[in-house]
Design a binder for this molecule. Structure first.
Ligand code: BTN
Length: 247
């Protein structure tokens, strides 16, 4: 991982560059990093604020040799990698909010956007986009997200070296990816749940057509969200948004 690193001082989004170079046959493990993104993308078509020099904005190209249905497991794996790195290198206690928001003290510090190119049952490549808020102060965030977003600097009172942090993420990603490829998902599931945010509580699940309430049990063996409905039915959820009830 990271044998080839493409660094941009400024770009629209590293995801777009990743798609371009992947379609040009960039090898597995190619990394695209930007100091600034002018059109940073989040999940669900949201925007991702990517201020110059304040965070880690990068995309990783992977060429895993497995079925497209397994791609969500890679996203969950990536979330555990970020949680591990934050836990190891700061004194903070990260939580993973399903599927892959990294929270510190209930505020979002990092996010992951997975995009995949597949044909029939064959993955061409996966792009894992990672955004980590590192050295922002509250005023660096747009007003409308100031109460939801945070950074390592806000949480620790220290400035962090972005280059070092990228190294830690890449190293830890490589180790976890290798062990996932060898041992499969169970270790990832276990780790994900150890960081899981508000497991055991009641959530509201929203899909395109429906909305219902269930208990959040954790992650299933295949990476789905595991829930228990009011009539004690165990149900797996593969996509959608979830929301917790007030405590
Ligand atoms: C989310 O939480 O909604 C996902 C955020 C992902 C942000 C990263 S920053 C690097 C890469 N390039 C983007 O435009 N988005 C991802």
């Amino acid at each position: 991982l990271g044998k080839k690193i493409i660094h941009k001082t400024s770009t629209t989004t590293t995801q777009q560059i990743a798609h371009q170079v992947a379609q040009d046959n960039a090898e597995h493990g190619t990394i695209i990093i930007a100091d600034e993104q002018t059109k940073g993308k989040g999940r669900m078509n949201r925007q991702w604020q990517s201020t110059k020099g304040k965070g880690i904005w990068m995309s990783i190209i992977l060429r895993p040799d497995f079925l497209p249905v397994m791609a969500p497991q890679l996203t969950l794996l990536s979330a555990t990698v970020l949680a591990d790195v934050l836990a190891e290198h700061t004194a903070l206690t990260p939580k993973i909010k399903w599927p892959n928001d990294i929270l510190i003290n209930d505020k979002k510090t990092a996010g992951i956007l997975t995009e995949m190119q597949a044909e029939q049952d064959q993955i061409q490549y996966v792009v894992i986009g990672i955004g980590i808020n590192v050295n922002q102060i509250t005023e660096d965030f747009d007003k409308d997200i100031q109460d939801k977003a945070t950074s390592l600097q806000i949480q620790t009172g220290n400035q962090w070296n972005i280059k070092d942090f990228i190294q830690h993420v890449l190293q830890s990603f490589e180790n976890s990816y290798d062990s996932f490829m060898q041992n499969g998902f169970p270790d990832v599931k276990y780790k994900w749940e150890s960081y899981g945010y508000r497991i055991g509580e009641y959530i509201k699940i929203k899909t395109l057509h429906k909305e219902w309430k269930a208990k959040f049990l954790g992650i299933a063996e295949d990476g789905a969200l595991l829930t228990k409905t009011d009539n004690d039915e165990i149900k797996k959820i593969y996509s959608g948004e979830i929301e917790w009830f007030m405590r």
